[in-house]
Design a protein around this ligand. Structure first.
Ligand SMILES: [Ca+2]
Length: 512
């Protein structure tokens, strides 16, 4: 660890999030996708191997911004309200930060706009996902942009906002518009404008990549064409072996059984190759853009005093819809998902996907880089952490206080705990227990134990809900050996804990 400064200078903060990106997609987590800029943050910082999100876009964003479970703060399943709570932007603004956001918001309309929740400036998407090349209407001389046809007509135009002005439809004039590039362009403009005065800045940059629709620039897709002809069986095995070698996962956990048909028996291998090549290109492009942000912060002479955090909001998704069967993935006119077999590879070595509280749904990379504070040795930490901890961590590094109320209204007490000791190479006292509820999927982690229930309510709009499954995490993070029948005492204890937590959230949600 570097010598502690007697009085730590308040750092700038750059919080970057990917959307629907699997646990093993990044190079520095064992993936074959080229992510040199994120890898460079990892080489100069710390990677978490046991960090958790809320398995779904909006609930993760709510916990990240508020430091509490979404069930405590007004509820809403994939459209969170964030009531009775403050946001990172509220507290950092009070502490004297510029609060800047460019990217995806995705909360219930009762949550208000970002500029109503503490952000000085906002540019980006208000809803969940959009066409990367044109979120709005068909432009003259062009084909129709691909849309999510399962949505009713009025929801296919995705609302955007610039500060307090909502724009719908948002039809960019620039034919070189691409969301990942545009979010970054705006972020760099903010840094030009606000990055050089004596106030520190907080930049929240939640990209939509690599969430569907699969759309990317041709030159990025070209880099990956043919790379996936080896198939998911072989590539998944290779990822697993690299992860074991890198120390990201333990060999004794094994590799969960494949959910996919054997690659040898698959038709249309080239179409499958293209699907994954576009997904990889979207992550590659995000990494290129993160490189632009790092370069900007360096050029401002602020790199040593800037904390970068990078994570994903949920695991890769097995959702499967293809609204443009005649247009292959890639261009503006297309609308495709990456599908279960490749999502299964993205979540190597874990089971299940976005929406599920099994490890494939809730495990995320977390990279932390802060040259002025974090030892630059590319270390891994296996300590548990959860997105509710980001608020507590940023309060800690900014020397800010969590308030009791906002605008005279009492708020939910902070649930998360600071990760700063972990960033400084120490062992922190972790959570007694962590909890999840995503539709009818549920989980609790307590010490070495994890109790989890398969739930398919949101994923496929069925009512399917499995029995409680019990796993001993030190030996079995891949959740392959269910001990529920052997340890009914543990099932009883942890399920009771979950019920108590659920009741507490319900009371807090009602403001009691
Ligand atoms: Ca997501």
């Amino acid at each position: 660890m570097k010598e502690q400064k007697t009085e730590m200078e308040r750092p700038n903060i750059v919080l970057i999030m990917a959307d629907d990106m699997g646990f093993s997609d990044l190079g520095c987590y064992g993936g074959e996708i080229r992510t040199p800029n994120l890898d460079s943050l990892a080489e100069g910082g710390l990677r978490f191997t046991n960090f958790y999100n809320n398995a779904l876009c909006s609930p993760t964003r709510a916990s990240l911004l508020t430091g509490v479970y979404p069930q405590q703060g007004g509820g809403g399943s994939n459209s969170t309200k964030m009531q009775n709570c403050v946001t990172l932007a509220d507290v950092l603004k009070t502490a004297g930060y510029h609060t800047l956001m460019s990217g995806k918001w995705h909360h219930h309309q009762d949550a208000g706009l970002p500029v109503e929740r503490g952000f000085d400036r906002f540019y980006g998407l208000i809803s969940g996902c959009c066409n990367y090349f044109n979120p709005g209407k068909q432009r003259p001389g062009e084909n129709k942009p691909g849309k999510k046809m399962s949505f009713p007509e009025e929801k296919r135009m995705r609302p955007w906002a610039i500060d307090d002005k909502v724009i719908k439809p948002f039809t960019p004039k620039d034919k070189n518009f691409y969301t990942t590039d545009a979010f970054t362009d705006q972020a760099l403009e903010y840094l030009d404008r606000y990055g050089s005065d004596d106030k520190p800045f907080f930049l929240y940059l939640p990209y939509t990549a690599p969430h569907y629709p699969l759309q990317a620039w041709p030159e990025d897709i070209e880099k990956y064409r043919g790379e996936y002809m080896g198939g998911w069986d072989e590539l998944r095995q290779r990822r697993y072996e690299r992860m074991v070698e890198m120390g990201i996962v333990e060999k004794q956990w094994g590799l969960s059984p494949s959910d996919s048909p054997p690659w040898d028996e698959v038709d249309n291998k080239e179409a499958w190759d293209l699907q994954m090549a576009v997904y990889a290109a979207m992550i590659d492009r995000m990494d290129q853009n993160i490189g632009r942000v790092i370069e900007k912060v360096e050029s401002m002479g602020q790199r040593d005093n800037t904390l970068f955090l990078f994570l994903s909001d949920n695991g890769s998704t097995a959702e499967d819809f293809h609204f443009t069967p005649d247009v292959s993935p890639g261009p503006m006119e297309s609308y495709h998902t990456v599908d279960q077999p490749w999502a299964n590879m993205s979540n190597t070595p874990f089971r299940l996907y976005k929406f599920f509280n099994h490890e494939g749904g809730i495990s995320t990379p977390l990279i932390a880089s802060w040259p002025g504070c974090i030892d630059e040795d590319g270390a891994l930490t296996h300590q548990d952490g959860h997105i509710i901890d980001i608020m507590a961590t940023l309060l800690d590094v900014a020397g800010a206080e969590y308030p009791d109320s906002i605008s005279g209204q009492r708020i939910v007490p902070l649930e998360g705990k600071s990760l700063l000791p972990v960033l400084q190479g120490e062992r922190r006292e972790g959570h007694k227990a962590l909890y999840w509820k995503t539709g009818n999927s549920r989980a609790v982690i307590k010490g070495g134990w994890k109790l989890v229930q398969f739930g398919d309510e949101i994923a496929s709009v069925s009512e399917e809900q499995g029995p409680w499954e019990l796993y001993y995490r030190p030996n079995d993070r891949c959740e392959l050996n269910d001990l529920a029948a052997d340890r009914p005492d543990k099932v009883e204890e942890l399920s009771r804990d979950w019920d108590i937590w659920n009741c507490r959230c319900s009371e807090e949600r009602k403001g009691r």
